[in-house]
Design a protein around this ligand. Structure first.
Ligand SMILES: Nc1nc2c(ncn2[C@@H]2O[C@H](COP(=O)(O)OP(=O)(O)O)[C@@H](O)[C@H]2O)c(=O)[nH]1
Ligand SMILES: [Mg+2]
Length: 325
C-alpha cells in the first residue's frame, strides 16, 4: 500500500480530494489539524491506496500533463487543433504521449510528412506564370528566377520575360529594368491574343517567366482576364504559381488561395520569409491545403534571396520559434 497526504482547510474537503483523485478505494489512515508557518490552521488527511491504483493514476496524470503541454505549445504557434487531435489520437496508448521530447519530434515528423515540395524541373521548355495579390513579391521573384535559370544553374537556360502587368503604372519598367541588367529578352502584352503571339515569338526559349497584374483577390474582373491568358490556345503548358507571403494571417492565406485556385495552381511560392519569425500559421496552412511549395523568397535582394523550397528550412525555422517559446 502507498500513503498520500491531502491538505485542506477542513478534513472533509481533504478527504474528498483524495477520493476525487483515486476513487472510492482509498482507506483513511489519519487526519490531523496543524498550525502552518503562515499562522493558518489546516487539516492533513492521509489515505492509503494499493500500488496498482497509484501507478495507474500517476502514469495517466503524467501522460495527460505532457500531452496537454505539448498540444498547447503547438496550438499557440499556429497549428490547428483538429490537425493535432488527429495526430494525438493515433498515439493513444503509446509511450510517446508521456515523453515530451519524443512527442515533439513525432509531431515534427508528421508535419514533415504532410508537407509537399515540388521539384525544380527544367527538362522541357516551360512557361511559368506568377499570380497573387499586389505587393507580395511577384516581379521581384520573377527577376530572381530569371537570374537563377539564366546564370546560376548547372547550365545556362534561355530565359525570357513576358509582362501582363499593364495596369500598374511603372510595373513594366520594374521588370524591364531587371531584364536590361541581366540582358534577358522581355515583352509586354495586354490581351490574350497578344499573349499567344508573344509566346510564339519566344518559341525558342527554355523558360518564359510571365509576370501578372498585381490585383486584389476580390477583383473578379481582372481575375477573369487572367484566366483568358491561362486558357489561351498555346502549345506550351502554362505553370501557374501563386505567390503567398509568409507574413499574412491564416484567414488571408485562405482568401488568397481560394480566390486564385480556379487558375489550377501548380505550386506555391512563399515570399517574405525574412519578415516574420513565426511560421506556424504558414505551416498550418500548408498542412491543411497540401499544395506543393516550389520556392521561398527570403528577402529583397535579386538574385540572392531565393531558395528552392525545402521542408528542412521551413521546419528549422519553425523549431527555432518553438524553442524560443
Ligand atoms: N522583405 C522582403 N521583401 C520582399 C520580398 N519579395 C519582395 N519584396 C519587396 O516587396 C515589394 C513588392 O514587391 P514586388 O515584386 O513589386 O511585388 P508584386 O506587386 O507582387 O510584383 C518590393 O519592395 C520588394 O522589394 C521578400 O521575400 N522579402
Ligand atoms: Mg509586380
Amino acid at each position: 500500500m502507498i500513503n498520500e497526504t491531502f491538505v485542506a482547510s477542513d478534513p472533509k474537503s481533504a478527504y474528498e480530494q483524495a477520493v476525487e483523485k483515486y476513487g472510492e478505494t482509498v482507506t483513511l489512515v489519519s487526519a490531523k489539524q496543524l498550525k502552518y508557518d503562515d499562522g493558518m490552521l489546516r487539516c492533513e488527511v492521509t489515505i492509503s491506496i494499493s500500488e496498482d491504483v497509484f501507478m495507474q493514476k500517476s502514469l495517466l496524470e503524467n501522460t495527460w500533463k505532457v500531452e496537454e503541454k505539448i498540444k498547447a505549445l503547438f496550438i499557440r504557434k499556429g497549428i490547428s487543433v483538429s490537425w493535432l487531435n488527429e495526430v494525438f489520437s493515433s498515439l493513444i496508448g503509446t509511450h510517446i504521449l508521456d515523453d515530451e521530447a519524443l512527442l515533439v519530434s513525432y509531431i515534427l515528423e508528421e508535419i514533415d510528412e504532410s508537407l509537399v515540395v515540388r521539384e525544380e524541373r527544367l527538362t522541357k521548355p516551360k512557361v511559368m506564370m506568377l499570380v497573387g495579390p499586389t505587393g507580395v513579391g511577384k516581379t521581384t521573384t520573377i527577376a530572381k528566377l530569371a537570374a537563377r535559370y539564366a546564370y546560376l544553374m548547372d547550365k545556362p537556360y534561355k530565359v525570357a520575360l513576358l509582362n501582363l502587368d499593364s495596369y500598374k503604372v511603372g510595373a513594366f519598367e520594374q521588370l524591364a529594368h531587371y531584364a536590361d541588367i541581366m540582358q534577358i529578352e522581355h515583352l509586354s502584352v495586354d490581351n490574350a491574343d497578344a499573349f499567344v503571339d508573344g509566346l510564339e515569338l519566344l518559341d525558342g526559349y527554355d523558360v518564359i517567366l510571365v509576370d501578372t497584374a498585381g490585383m486584389s483577390p476580390y477583383d473578379t474582373h481582372k481575375l477573369i482576364k487572367i484566366v483568358e491568358f491561362v486558357q489561351a490556345d498555346i502549345a506550351k503548358k502554362i505553370e501557374v504559381n501563386l505567390v503567398l507571403p509568409a507574413t499574412v494571417k491564416y484567414e488571408d492565406m485562405e482568401d488568397i488561395y481560394n480566390n486564385f485556385s480556379f487558375l489550377n495552381l501548380n505550386s506555391i511560392i512563399i515570399s517574405k520569409f525574412d519578415e516574420t519569425k513565426h511560421l506556424g500559421t504558414l505551416l498550418n496552412f500548408m498542412l491543411l491545403y497540401k499544395i506543393p511549395m516550389s520556392y521561398f523568397s527570403i528577402g529583397q535582394e535579386v538574385p540572392d534571396d531565393l531558395l528552392l523550397a525545402s521542408k528542412e528550412y521551413l521546419l528549422e525555422r519553425f523549431i527555432g520559434d518553438l524553442d524560443g517559446a
